[in-house]
Ligand binder design. Structure first.
Ligand code: FPP
Length: 253
């Protein structure tokens, strides 16, 4: 299907969010509704990942972060964890050429060291191959949890203080941000969660301080480019005040 250019979709190019983060929820329910195994829902969900990443690139979004596997997801049944890891590997291998062709950089946030060796290997290959791409940064959050991320950052800072590379007075919000997996990335302007749940679920909790949040009732496998555009329109109508007084335009970032 030929995609719409930004001119066709009446979005304001000046207030396209720099960073959109998505909690991709509802794969299991999508499968259950169809009397299918949960893994079928994840398979369909990975097709949606492809569609939405392509759409984000076309719409001029600079960074997309997808919550693909949380620190808590390791507690799911072994066969489901295995299936998710297989799907991730398949996605990373099969999408490598597309990422290169479309100038998309792959990055991982989370405990990469906990992933199976074969998945890590493919991640390394694709991250290296795409490291100079600069149209879109695709962040996959894998074995990711905000509490773990913040704890790890605090430990790194404490170590630097112990080594006298830093003093306690050097601890600032910027310093903390620069010790997170997302260092040097803009905070998410917009966080979308599918499947109607009103939770952050340990996702980008530091970075979400001023993010706009949009909850969609759609189950992730059914999420579409058209809905993403509608959500972006809704985002562009919001007045982002960052704790200050009302502004007459919504182009303040
Ligand atoms: C939540 O649905 C989804 C996940 C835990 C994993 C997301 C994974 C994918 C979209 C597929 C693979 C990812 C990539 C990047 C190729 P759920 O299982 O919690 O659904 P439920 O709440 O309906 O049970």
């Amino acid at each position: 299907m030929k995609s719409n250019s930004i001119k066709d979709v009446t979005l304001n190019p000046e207030t396209i969010p720099s960073h959109v983060a998505i909690i991709m929820d509802g794969n299991g329910r999508w499968a259950k509704k169809r009397l299918m195994n949960r893994v079928k829902g994840h398979e369909q969900g990975s097709k949606t990942v492809r569609t939405i990443v392509t759409a984000c690139r076309e719409l001029g979004i600079g960074t997309v972060t997808l919550y693909a596997f949380s620190t808590e997801n390791w507690a799911r049944p072994k066969h489901e964890v295995k299936a998710l890891m297989m799907l991730l590997k398949k996605f990373i291998v099969s999408e490598k050429e597309t990422l290169l062709k479309h100038n998309i950089q792959l990055n991982i946030i989370g405990q990469v060291y906990k992933l199976p060796e074969d998945v890590k290997k493919e991640i390394d290959i694709t991250m290296e191959a795409t490291r100079n791409n600069d149209k879109l940064l695709l962040n996959l959050a894998l074995s990711y949890g905000s509490r773990e991320e913040i704890t790890t950052a605090v430990k790194k800072i404490a170590k630097k203080i112990e080594l006298k590379e830093l003093a306690p007075k050097d601890i600032t919000q910027d310093l903390i941000s620069n010790h997170l997996y997302t260092k040097s990335m803009p905070d998410p302007d917009l966080i979308i969660r599918t499947s109607g749940e009103y939770r952050l679920s340990n996702f980008l909790m530091w970075q979400a301080a001023y993010s706009e949040i949009y909850i969609s009732d759609t189950l992730w496998p059914d999420f579409s480019k058209e809905e993403l555009i509608d959500i972006l329109k809704n985002y562009q109508e919001r007045d982002r005040r960052f704790g200050k007084v009302a502004c007459s335009t919504s182009s303040d970032g």
